[in-house]
Design a protein around this ligand. Structure first.
Ligand SMILES: NC(=O)c1ccc[n+]([C@@H]2O[C@H](COP(=O)([O-])OP(=O)(O)OC[C@H]3O[C@@H](n4cnc5c(N)ncnc54)[C@H](O)[C@@H]3O)[C@@H](O)[C@H]2O)c1
Length: 261
């Protein structure tokens, strides 16, 4: 076995994946960042190396089955057995109705968010099974639990929750744990851009949270790190909300006047 755990982070060029790559590197893992954004991915790998960590960047479109096969084969050949996979590559969506959603956009969001997660996870799992175990992380969302007006993204995140449970049951006997995190609105670039463009309302978001804290990528990375660590050795098949209490408070807070005391 290698001296360091090898952790692959798809979508590691930005946002939650970037924070996760930095967190895992600080904890001593050898990081493989796999992303379509080559410039940003190389910069994150460089930042990790400059801090004394160990990281490489490999270009990858997670929706391309042949490319996924080739990248994971290359990792196995040139770097070593993957101990953890974090599927953070993903696309967000603007609010719309199902009736007004173009199928090309629908298909692309599913191809990246759902198919990409499935393709990378099953390829990594095959190698993990041979090596005797590992940990797989999938990115769900508060959309995994509630209806929000994102007609392609929302059902895709429900499906990711199902995939976590399915693969946890399938792969547990091989020593592979499969879990998810369900971020609430998290201050990454796409969310900051949507707020700036008036497509998300930060006041409404905060009014729906229990905690007075806008979720950060580092909050999500901490939860991912825990779930992929040995401290979570008895946890598999969960989708853990990291949402400042949005799932609890968004329904509770819709009552206009709850008496004090
Ligand atoms: N930011 C949020 O509020 C939020 C909330 C819930 C869930 N999530 C989920 O977290 C994950 C990461 O989102 P983020 O906010 O960090 O977004 P982000 O845009 O900051 O990062 C996503 C990364 O995925 C990469 N990517 C996009 N398409 C790809 C492809 N086909 N192949 C490989 N890489 C690709 C992008 O280049 C980018 O580096 C997504 O699954 C998203 O649905 C985010």
């Amino acid at each position: 076995m290698p001296d360091k755990r090898i952790s692959v982070v798809t979508g590691g060029s930005s946002g939650i994946g970037q924070a996760t790559a930095l967190k895992f590197a600080q904890a001593g893992d050898r990081i493989v960042i796999a992303d379509v954004n080559e410039e940003a991915g190389a910069a994150v790998a460089g930042e990790i190396a400059a801090a004394g960590g160990d990281a490489v960047f490999l270009p990858l479109d997670v929706s391309d089955e042949d490319a996924v096969e080739a990248v994971f084969d290359r990792i196995a050949r040139d770097i070593g057995p993957v101990g953890a996979l974090v599927n953070s590559a993903g696309l967000l969506e603007n609010a719309a109705t199902t009736g007004k959603t173009a199928m090309a956009l629908h298909d692309r969001i599913w191809a990246v968010n759902y198919n990409g997660t499935l393709l990378c996870s099953r390829k990594a799992a095959a190698a993990m099974a041979e090596a005797g175990g590992g940990s797989i992380m999938m990115l769900g969302s508060i959309n995994s639990f509630r209806a929000l007006p994102l007609p392609s993204y929302n059902p895709g995140k429900v499906a990711i929750k199902g995939l976590v449970e399915l693969m946890a049951a399938e792969l547990g006997p091989k020593g592979i744990r499969v879990n998810g995190v369900a971020p609430g609105y998290t201050m990454t670039k796409p969310i900051a851009d949507k707020i700036a463009a008036g497509l998300r309302d930060p006041k409404a978001i905060m009014a729906s949270c229990a905690l007075d804290h806008f979720v950060t990528p580092e909050d999500i990375a901490d939860a991912i790190h825990f779930l992929c660590s040995d401290a979570a050795r008895a946890i598999s098949g969960v989708m853990l909300p990291v949402d400042s209490g949005w799932l609890a408070a968004s329904t509770y807070n819709h009552f206009p006047a709850v008496p004090d005391g």
